[in-house]
Design a protein around this ligand. Sequence first.
Ligand SMILES: C[C@](O)(C(=O)O)[C@H](CC(=O)O)C(=O)O
Ligand SMILES: [Mg+2]
Length: 297
Amino acid sequence: MSHATRSAAEKRAVFRTGLASGRLLRFPGAFNPLSAKLIQRRGYDGVYLSGAVISAELGLPDIGLTTLTEVADRARQVARVTDLPGIVDADTGFGEPMNVARTVQLLEDSGVAGLHIEDQVNPKRCGHLDGKDVVDTATAVRRISAAVAARRDPSFVIAARTDAKAVHGMAEAITRAKAYADAGADLIFPEAMADAKDFEAIRAAVDVPILANMTEFGKSELLSVSTLESVGVNLVIYPVTLLRLAMHAADTGLATIAAEGTQESLVDAMQHRRDLYDLLGYESYRAFDESVFDFRL
Ligand SMILES: C[C@](O)(C(=O)O)[C@H](CC(=O)O)C(=O)O
Ligand SMILES: [Mg+2]
C-alpha cells in the first residue's frame, strides 16, 4: 500500500551513507505527501520539507508564523508515505535552546531523517530577502548545541544554517560555519551563496558535508548538479520548485477555463487519473482488502 516500507532508522542510515559517499544527493521540496511520492518515483535521494512551502500552503508568508506542531504534522504525513529520507526546515528552532531541544525530539518522532536550524533573529524571514538579521555566534552555537544534545537517535542529522553572508559578508559566514561544525552540526547550510566560488570557500572551511539551496528568484545562481558536485557540495535542495511549477500550472488552468468555458484544451497537460491511481497504489489497497475479506478460518 501507499505507506513507507522503510523505518525511520533505515531512512536515516541511507541518508548518512549518502552524505558520506561524496556523491551529490538531490532533495526536491515536497509540497504535500502526494508530491513526495512523485519525488520518490522519479528516483531522487530524498525529500525536503520547506518552511516557505509549509507557510505558503497555509496562505502565509515565510516569516515565522507557522508553529512547531504544524511543521511536525506535515513532516509526519510526508514521512509516512515515502521511503526517502526527509530533511525538514526547523527555521530558528521555534524559540530558545530549550525549545530547540523539544523541536528536535518532535521532529525525530515525526520520522524524518534530519532538520536544519538557522541563525536568524526571530521573527525570521526568507533567506533570500533583504533586511534579515542574525543573532550573535554564541547564541547560534547554543541553539546548535541544544539540538545536538537533545537528539536521541545519533543518526538523526542536525544541520546548521547560517544566514550571515547577506548581513556581515562571506568571511563571517565562514567563521560561523566552522563554529557550528565545532558545536556538533553534521551538515552546514550556507544560505544565499552567490555562486560556485562561495560554495568552494565553505567547502574549504569545514570537514562536514555541505548543502546548497537552489531556490529560484533569489540571490543564488542556479548551479547544475555537475557544478555543485565539482565544488564538493553533498546535498542540493530545490525547496519551492515543485510548488512554483504546480501553482503556475493551476493558475494557467484557471485562466483557461474562465476564458474558454471548458477545461477541454487542458486535459493533455493533466496528470491522468490512471497515473494518480498508480502513484497512490490503488491496486494494492484492493488486493489487501480482498485478502482480508477472503480470509477463512
Ligand atoms: C530554503 C528555505 O528556507 C525554505 O523555507 O524552503 C527558503 C526558500 C525560499 O524562500 O526560496 C529560504 O531560502 O529562506
Ligand atoms: Mg525556510
